[in-house]
Every structure is written in C-alpha cells, then in structure tokens.
Write a protein that binds this ligand. Structure first.
Ligand code: DC
Length: 243
C-alpha cells in the first residue's frame, strides 16, 4: 500500500483550477532544485517522484529482493508505505519508508546504483504512477521525474524538459556528493549518470522522452536564479492566460 500524507507543503489548494507542472529530464539536471523553488514561489505542492523509486529500491536492498522475483516484488509493493513530510528544522521535504525517515539513505551509492534497474520493473512503475496521480488530486503541484509529462500527467498545462551538458551535470553532482561527505570519484559519478540516462531512456515502460509539447530548458550555463526567473515568467503567463 502506498500513500502520501499531507504536509505543510503538500496540501495547498488554489482558489482557481489546480495546475500541474511536469518537469522531466536527465539525471542531475537540477530538476528537483527548480521544482522545489517553483513550488515554494507559487505555494504549490512539490513531489519528487524519483524519491519514490529510490525508497522502493532501498526496501528491495534491505529485504534482499531479487529484481527478477516477481512474487516477492508484488508482496513487497503491498508492504511498502511511502509518504513525504516537511521538516521545518531541515527546511526540506523528507521521504518516509514505512514510517522511517530515509531522505539521506535513498541518496546513497548502493541506492543510486540500483534505482534505474528497479525503475524498469512494470509492477513498480504501475504502483508509483498511481501514487503520483493520487498526490495531485485537487491541488496545484510541481512534480519532477522522467515520465511525468509523457505518462503520469499527459494533460499537464506546463511541461518542462530539462537538459544540461553531461560534464556540467557530473561536476554539479560530484560537488553535491562531496558536500554530503559521500566518497565518489569523478569517474564513478560520470559512469553512474551515463548508465542511469541510458537505462532511463531505453527501458520499455515509459522511458524518458521529451514530450512533444514540452518547453526545453538547457541550464548548462544558467544559474539557479536565472532558470527560476525564466520559468516563473512561463508560469505567470500561463496563469494570466487562464483568467
Ligand atoms: O530523479 P532521481 O535521480 O532521484 O531518480 C532516480 C531514478 O528513478 C532515475 O534513475 C530514474 C527513476 N525515475 C523514473 O524512472 N521515473 C520517474 N518519474 C522518476 C525517477
């Protein structure tokens, strides 16, 4: 069973028709940085769909569930509860797996190495997509991932496809991991990003694709503030076109 518990961030209701903003793109493009900032700017809910796949992966690792063991996977999906809570002290949305806060563990190397193969499993995707759709009922939401604009919310009013130079992405990811005290070499980071992009773009179930109606945002040479300013204009234009 999977659910999202309402938190101070997830739970915003607009007086106008709720809006869905879908942000997809390659690994370490800064999707969640943009999504969080955008959600905070407009008071929308934010859902990190990748965190859901990561939480499932952590569970599979801990329970030693083989990725070809369909029965064990089905049982595991029944036993997995995922929810997000906003932690005001850490000023972040945190992922919970069966009531345990796992926000840091799901970013660890073992999880990062296995998450893309786990995300290719049909039963896992079906369960996660149902959870993602549930999270958007009656509220304005920004969700980032790989298939949000193409599969989860093909009706989203704003779809953004983020991309950046692979070396720029690897440098950003390396700096992020170093800041967290994680021991990755630059080569390992490059290899992990390449492999995840390859698996995410070539899998059978809802691969990473640019939606035909997505706006492309290449942030190789944009600061976080510059990219946010750009997207704020897109959202404002959209909202004013509705009234
Ligand atoms: O965004 P992220 O790096 O935390 O995502 C982790 C993995 O989950 C990524 O390699 C692909 C997968 N994923 C997916 O298949 N579909 C999504 N909507 C989000 C993530």
């Amino acid at each position: 069973m999977l659910y999202i518990r309402r938190s101070p961030i997830i739970g915003y209701f607009c007086s106008v028709k709720p809006i869905i903003i879908a942000i997809d793109g390659y690994s370490s493009c800064g999707k969640s940085t943009l999504a969080k900032a955008l959600a905070a700017r407009f008071g929308f809910a934010y859902v990190d769909s990748g965190a859901m796949y990561r939480a499932v992966t952590l569970y599979f690792i801990e329970q030693q569930i083989g990725l070809a063991d369909n029965d064990a996977i089905e049982k595991a999906l029944e036993a997995i509860h995922i929810h997000f809570e906003y932690n005001p002290e850490h000023r972040r949305n945190e992922t919970y797996l069966n009531e345990r806060m796992v926000e840091d563990e799901i970013r660890s190397k073992p999880v990062s190495d296995l998450v893309s193969p786990v995300a290719t499993i049909k039963a896992v995707r079906t369960a996660m997509v149902a959870l993602q759709r549930k999270a958007a009922i009656n509220k304005s939401i920004v969700m980032d991932g790989r298939d949000i604009g193409t599969h989860v919310f093909p009706e989203a009013e704003l779809k953004i496809f983020m991309t950046a130079d692979p070396l720029v992405r690897a440098k950003r990811r390396f700096a992020e991991l170093q800041a967290k005290g994680e021991k990755w070499s630059m080569d390992e980071v490059i290899e992990n990003l390449k492999e995840r992009d390859r698996i995410d773009s070539t899998r059978e179930e809802n691969p990473l694709r640019q939606a035909t109606d997505a706006r492309v945002l290449d942030n190789s040479y944009l600061s976080e503030q510059e990219q946010l300013d750009k997207v704020i204009i897109w959202v404002k234009n959209l909202l004013s076109a509705r009234t």
